[in-house]
Ligand binder design. Structure first.
Ligand SMILES: Nc1ncnc2c1ncn2[C@@H]1O[C@H](COP(=O)(O)OP(=O)(O)OP(=O)(O)O)[C@@H](O)[C@H]1O
Length: 265
């Protein structure tokens, strides 16, 4: 299988701190990856590189066959769907849901004077319907619930028909039902062979959708373990990454984790 994303010795330094340290990681066609790790592990920093939004301080990042630093990132970015809290914050509250999705075709947030094709309009409608928010198309983005916003953000990230879809903590801030609905939507996406390569960042094993195939466990800027989920997601690996004795359970395609010794016992 050919490499879609390939990092070799990728290191990111900010000031005197090394945030991401000599990461080697290859993502191949058809794979669905979870990046899991505690707060401050370097997950968002790593995703910024995969999204061609930031360059490594050292090492090489080759995205869709193009090496960062030797390619025009403005041509590369539309091939990579990306959704993160920082990007979502830039969406104007008064924008209609239709325009939130449509403007992705131009890589902008906030509609100005662009003319959109009928085909774009149809694509936006279909994507919103696929994420069960089709009936919200005329609403202002600012009036949506957090769960609805997350699904609109994913529809937006898919608008350019990307070859890779990167989602940074898509379930953050959702209630239990919202999380479960999102996990279901991502499971459907993962199960569709026509979907792009998927990379989803999370803190919680409960948010891993069925159908995801691989896991990169990040701790303190380092890869703690990486490979097929069933091999990597062990109590030993998770305990090491989170610095706490943890138990892991698996059933029905889902994962659970909890402290081996609850506090106070
Ligand atoms: N521009 C910067 N300058 C200095 N330190 C930074 C910078 N950006 C990130 N960091 C630090 O790098 C570390 C990793 O940050 P990052 O946001 O990548 O982690 P994360 O795993 O996504 O964390 P979280 O789960 O809390 O979102 C953190 O300690 C953060 O404070």
């Amino acid at each position: 299988m050919s490499a879609v994303l390939d990092l070799q010795g990728v290191t990111v330094r900010r000031g005197t701190s090394t945030i991401v340290d000599t990461i080697d990681w290859t993502v191949s066609e058809g794979e669905r990856w979870i990046v899991l790790g505690p707060n401050g592990a370097g997950k968002t920093t790593l995703l910024q590189i995969l999204a061609a939004r930031s360059h490594p301080t050292a090492g090489t990042a080759t995205l869709l066959g193009e090496q960062l630093g030797k390619t025009d990132v403005f041509e590369l970015r539309p091939r990579i769907g990306f959704s993160s809290a920082a990007l979502a914050d830039k969406i104007p509250a008064g924008e209609t849901v239709r325009d939130v999705v449509l403007t992705a075709a131009y890589g902008v947030t906030g509609r100005w004077r662009e003319e959109y094709e009928e085909l774009d309009e149809k694509q936006a409608q279909d994507l919103l319907a696929a994420f069960d928010v089709g009936d919200l198309i005329d609403r202002h983005y600012g009036t949506l619930s957090e769960g609805e916003r997350k699904r609109v953000q994913i529809a937006r990230a898919l608008m350019t028909d990307p070859e890779v879809l990167l989602l940074d903590e898509p379930a953050a801030g959702l209630d239990l039902a919202g999380r479960e609905e999102l996990v279901g939507a991502l499971a459907e996406l993962a199960g569709d062979p026509a979907s792009p390569v998927l990379v989803v960042v999370t803190h919680h094993v409960e948010e891993i959708p069925p159908g995801f195939t691989h896991l990169l466990l990040l701790g303190d800027g380092h890869v703690q373990a990486s490979g097929p989920i069933e091999e990597v997601l062990t109590a030993e690996n998770l305990s090491k990454a989170f610095g706490m004795d943890l138990l892991v359970a698996h059933g029905g395609g889902r994962w659970l984790a909890r402290a081996a010794r609850p506090a106070g016992r």
